[in-house]
Design a protein around this ligand. Structure first.
Ligand SMILES: Nc1ncnc2c1ncn2[C@@H]1O[C@H](COP(=O)(O)OP(=O)(O)OP(=O)(O)O)[C@@H](O)[C@H]1O
Ligand SMILES: [Mg+2]
Length: 352
């Protein structure tokens, strides 16, 4: 769908930003107020359905209510009839309507694109977390669950501030898919790598589901890797349901060991065992960063080569001391044994 140079209502489409699973995003200009905006055009195949129009309207109104300094603002939304689109593009199906959201423009790229380049230090991770955690709690207080929280849905402005986006879209698409929701991978289920056990099971979805996805994102920011990776979505599901998340220090021994229990808790299988709010998670994260190093903590001078070291290779002061004691005991026993042997040999030789 080429909308560049075209008008969508009062917006002139300037350029294409990119495409996700369900929509294409364009940069556009709103002439009346002279500002640039982002326009998210929903995929026409989905938009064809009759009932979609009502759901779109309902969700858009809900999302427009969200007003938080770290949530991408929804300015406007609209529909363009297929016959109108056909005037622009003769190949366009006249029975297909176009649904679009007009949003605040974010020029700093997404967290996903940043993670492709480099991972985040714990301090950088904390900076992002302190911005988006209150935004997530705010949406939850308004009764809105994101359901598809992932690095592609965290955008940055040109001052390095992080914003959550795409609230309500996953729900809109899930309802659109109806009974086939579980079979339409990628569009309705969310994104496998970030899906909590309860989301895989399709029950008891709530704020805790987003908090789990936030935990996966933080794991990825710190290590540059996802905790659960497998060749098929089924294997990924199995890991989310049954496997404990790997230790952060398996990826980087210089990461503070105190972060370990914080990540384990936010990624708990049972929602009741997770942090009750995103801010509680962010606070625990910061407290762990500020705390003095404890057993297994990386040394204050990190490995200059930055090479990941397996956690089992690390030794705490206590375990080093006990290893020393064992070593001396063994040496003592060996010396005693050698002396006894010498005595036996001397005795035997003196008898003969
Ligand atoms: N408000 C915005 N300002 C600037 N760029 C945006 C904005 N919203 C989305 N984009 C960019 O547009 C592209 C498509 O975004 P979209 O949300 O459709 O897909 P996605 O989040 O990558 O994937 P999915 O469809 O699975 O959610 C991405 O590159 C995204 O960074
Ligand atoms: Mg998105």
């Amino acid at each position: 769908m080429n909308l560049i140079g075209q008008r969508l209502g009062q917006y002139e489409v300037l350029a294409r930003f990119g495409e996700g699973g369900m929509a294409t995003v364009f940069r556009a200009k709103q002439d009346k107020v002279g500002r640039e905006v982002a326009i998210k055009v929903m995929a026409p195949a989905l938009a064809q359905r009759e009932v979609f129009a009502q759901r779109f309207e309902r969700e858009a109104k809900l999302i427009a209510q969200l007003s938080h300094p770290h949530i991408v603002k929804l300015f406007d939304y609209g529909t363009l009839r297929g016959f109108h689109m056909r005037l622009i593009d003769p190949t366009f199906d006249p029975k297909t309507d176009i649904f679009y959201f007009v949003m605040e423009l974010m020029l700093g790229g997404s967290l996903a694109s940043r993670l492709h380049k480099a991972r985040f230090t714990p301090q950088e991770t904390s900076h992002v977390l302190r911005q988006i955690a209150p935004a997530l709690d705010y949406a939850h207080e308004q009764g809105i669950i994101h359901r598809d929280l992932k690095p592609a849905n965290v955008l940055f402005d040109d001052h390095q501030n992080a914003f959550l986006t795409d609230f309500g879209i996953a729900k809109l698409m899930e309802e659109d898919a109806g009974q086939n929701a579980l079979t339409q991978e990628g569009t309705t289920l969310g994104t496998p790598s970030y899906m909590s056990p309860e989301l895989w099971q399709g029950e008891n979805i709530g704020s805790w589901t987003d908090i789990y996805a936030l935990g996966i994102m933080v794991f990825e920011m710190l290590t540059g890797k996802l905790p659960f990776v497998a060749g098929t979505p089924f294997r990924v599901m199995h890991m989310h349901l049954f496997d404990p998340p790997p230790a952060l220090q398996k990826y980087d021994a210089t990461l503070p060991a105190r972060l370990e229990p914080v990540l384990q808790r936010v990624l708990a299988k049972d929602p009741k065992d997770r942090y009750p709010t995103a801010v509680a998670f962010a606070e625990a994260f910061d407290a762990a960063l500020q705390a003095a190093p404890v057993q297994g903590t990386a040394s204050p001078t990190p490995d200059p080569h930055g090479k990941p070291t397996a956690a089992k290779n690390e030794t705490s002061p206590q375990s080093a001391a006990s290893a020393d004691a064992t070593r001396w005991l063994l040496i003592g026993l060996a010396v005693a044994l050698a002396l006894s042997l010498i005595v036996v040999v001397v005795l035997l030789s003196s008898r003969s």
